[in-house]
Design a protein around this ligand. Structure first.
Ligand SMILES: Cc1ncc(COP(=O)(O)O)c(C=O)c1O
Length: 349
């Protein structure tokens, strides 16, 4: 491409999981929630009058951020910023807190978008490998960088690092620590108290998973007001549209709906994990809405992935170091997970 930036020459871009057009597919590949969002969200969107579409939305999403600050026990609205999905806020974090040429630290494995964001900004990414059990090693605490991007619970393993490890990281790291809590509502604990304790901590959340709103694109970041002010300088003028602001606010106001749906996912996750272990997979204990099912038998994990796809069951396969012997499986409904287990049983005998 002769007109592109030199920087983009070797950038492949992020490859999202497949979104099939046809119906009747069991879709366990992109960590969506199998249950619908709160009916109050749909009501709030329907209640938007023509003016909500004719006029620009609130540029700083004040009502939605207010509700988030309250729910997250933050001192005020100036402790939170809203975004067009968490992906936007992750990109903003790299653009706001690192200069081109700087190093960004992440664990390996982790959310594969991070590397793309670094490439796009001309930053190097340094991976501190997680150990066999997907826990951080000393390298994470001793590597200097401008930003550390930490997914907790980790993706794609689902394993959560101990809170004490994240505390230690915030204390010793000489830059911004982004704690990506995309899946935290399916876990046992969280780090939302960290922004008040550490001036370098940013805790990010998404409404795509536990709130069943991946189609709306809603994310938040919580941090000290000084950090939020920097984000406000770099974000797009109207980064959250009127529908997303209304949906996010209604979702926050019906928190019990999200909690109930996350609870169902947790129960199915335990059943699915048991069934996969019984089939001979190694499956780390997950705090997220997916499981990493590691497979050393025959046929290969890649072949299982392909045969499942032939049967219209989608899971995620990563052709990458430490992941190419595994399937990442989103926790669906009980019926979807039963169908998956039946299909795998037919493939591996
Ligand atoms: C670890 C992690 N962080 C962030 C996101 C992105 O969230 P959003 O849909 O709000 O952009 C994802 C989505 O898959 C994710 O897996």
């Amino acid at each position: 491409m002769k007109y592109g930036r030199v920087l983009l020459k070797n950038v492949e871009g992020y490859v999202p999981g497949e979104q099939p057009k046809e119906t009747g597919v069991i879709k366990l590949n992109t960590n969506e929630n199998p249950y619908p969002p709160s009916p109050k969200v749909l009501e709030a969107i329907r209640a938007l009058g023509p003016d909500a579409f004719r006029k620009y939305p609130d540029p700083v999403s004040a009502a939605f951020r207010e509700a988030c600050a309250e729910r997250y026990d933050l001192p005020g609205v100036d402790w939170v910023i809203a975004g067009n999905g968490m992906d936007e806020l992750l990109a903003l974090a790299v653009r706001t807190f690192a200069d081109p040429g700087d190093t960004v630290l992440a664990t390996y494995p982790t959310y594969s978008l991070y590397e793309v964001l670094c490439q796009l900004h001309g930053c190097a990414i340094h991976y501190a490998d997680l150990d066999e059990d997907f826990q951080p090693t000393e390298e994470l605490f001793t590597t200097p960088a401008r930003i550390c991007l930490l997914t907790r619970p980790n993706a794609p393993s689902g394993v959560s690092a101990p809170r004490e490890a994240v505390e230690r990281l915030c204390r010793v790291f000489q830059g911004i620590v982004v704690i990506d809590e995309a899946y935290v509502d399916f876990g046992d604990d969280h780090c939302m108290d960290f922004p008040q304790r550490f001036d370098n901590a940013i805790v990010m959340r998404t409404f795509s998973k536990s709130f069943s709103l991946a189609g709306m694109r809603i994310g938040t970041a919580a941090a000290q007001p000084e950090i939020i002010r920097e984000f406000l300088k770099t974000k797009d003028s109207y980064n959250m549209d009127a529908c997303s602001q209304a949906a996010g606010l209604a979702a926050m106001q019906d928190y019990a709906h999200m909690r109930a749906s996350a609870e169902k996912v947790r129960a199915t996750r335990a059943r699915l994990r048991r069934a996969l272990l019984d089939l001979g997979f190694r499956v780390p204990e997950s705090q997220a809405n997916f499981l990493l099912a590691q497979w050393r038998g025959t046929p290969s994990a890649c072949t299982i992935f392909e045969r499942l796809r032939d049967q219209r069951i989608l899971v995620r396969y990563f052709d990458a170091r430490r992941l190419d012997d595994a399937l990442r499986i989103t926790v669906g409904t009980d019926a979807e997970c039963d169908a998956l287990i039946r299909a795998i049983r037919g493939i591996i005998v």
